[in-house]
Write a protein of this length. Structure first.
Length: 98
């Protein structure tokens, strides 16, 4: 099973019957949760702020959730825990450099 991290960046597929010929085929989203009753993910549409349930999502697993957490806490309160620094990004960088 491939578990996703809260706030992970991805692109949700827009079905052909929900879009026109020149419209985008995907929308930028953030992972929120797994949906219980259906095969799909609960995601936040970044552009509109709507929560949607989508089955076909391509997650960008190398992106960090730090930017998302900073956007959530715009009011300046300390109610959101800062994410831990991970070495995953550094490992990817080292593999491509050396």
């Amino acid at each position: 099973m491939n578990l996703k991290m809260f706030g992970e960046l991805g692109y949700g597929h827009i079905p052909e019957d929900k879009r026109h010929m020149l419209d985008a085929k995907a929308f930028k989203c953030r992972f929120l949760d797994y949906e219980d009753d259906v095969k799909g993910y609960r995601v936040l549409n970044v552009a509109t702020g709507q929560v949607k349930i989508v089955r076909a999502v391509k997650f960008m697993e190398t992106k960090n959730t730090g930017d998302f957490m900073a956007e959530v806490d715009k009011d300046g309160d300390k109610d959101v825990v800062a994410p831990q620094v991970t070495t995953r990004g550094w490992m990817m960088h080292l593999c491509t450099v050396g």
